[in-house]
Design a protein around this ligand. Structure first.
Ligand SMILES: N[C@@H](CCC(=O)N[C@@H](CS)C(=O)NCC(=O)O)C(=O)O
Length: 220
């Protein structure tokens, strides 16, 4: 069977979210690079995959998807096994908790952390735009309030949805990983439960594979 295809550079955070899930379930995949300089993501071929002209997009035979979190859910459902059951759809309560913390990532954590990543990392290194320190400061204040809640949650549970790793945790990987390369990484030191959770996630073999995929992409 042909491997599934992920469209977009592996270096992109939203593409990395999909790759981590593919690694977790041990699925074979092919990354189809998109040349952002050449605006390949705005080409008619890519707009047919993602009408918003963004990456990632995903193809599995005649199934074509966009939106990284939706792609991840598809991957985790399709390749679910006894060892890799990251949505817990067989248990109503567990699945609901996975949903809750997946929503928290998308609507609360991401809006607080992503401006820091854009301002400190992407804007200066990729787009030649200087860091807007006011945006960084305001976003860090928001992020601290979010991390207060995570710290309390992770005092009682090993992972966000409960005492089992799930998509809710994996979903945090790409932007947190990028945040850890900014000058504000030490913020996490003030949240020992969050820090320990993050270290548990970073120790997963899927993260090593992501490192290898990103290294291969940066050489290509
Ligand atoms: N919510 C979307 C966001 C996708 C997104 O923002 N992709 C960025 C790269 S990480 C992109 O394609 N930017 C180019 C553009 O918007 O023109 C997802 O999670 O897939």
């Amino acid at each position: 069977m042909a491997p599934v295809k992920v469209f977009g550079p592996a270096l992109s955070t939203n593409v990395a979210r999909v790759l981590v899930c593919l690694h977790e379930v041990g699925a074979e995949y092919e990354v189809v690079n998109m040349d952002f300089q050449a605006k390949e993501h705005k080409s008619p071929e890519h707009l047919a995959r993602n009408p918003f002209g963004q990456i990632p997009a995903f193809q599995d035979g005649d199934v074509v998807l966009f939106e990284s979190r939706a792609i991840c859910r598809y991957v985790l459902r399709k390749y679910k096994s006894a060892e890799a059951d990251l949505l817990r759809e067989g248990d109503l309560k567990d699945a609901a908790m996975v949903d809750v913390w997946t929503e928290v990532e998308a609507h609360t954590y991401h809006p607080a952390i992503s401006p820091v990543v854009y301002e400190c990392l992407f804007n200066p290194t990729m787009f030649g735009v200087p860091t807007n320190e006011k945006v960084v400061e305001e976003s860090l204040e928001k992020l601290k309030k979010v991390l207060d809640v995570y710290e309390a949650r992770l005092a009682d549970h090993e992972y966000l949805a409960g005492d089992f790793v799930s998509f809710a945790d994996l979903n945090h990987l790409p932007y947190t990983f990028a945040f850890m390369t900014t000058p504000h990484a030490s913020l996490f030191d003030s949240y020992p439960n969050v820090k320990a959770w993050w270290e548990r996630l970073m120790a997963r073999p899927s993260m090593n594979k992501l490192g290898a995929a990103v290294a291969a992409a940066s050489k290509a």
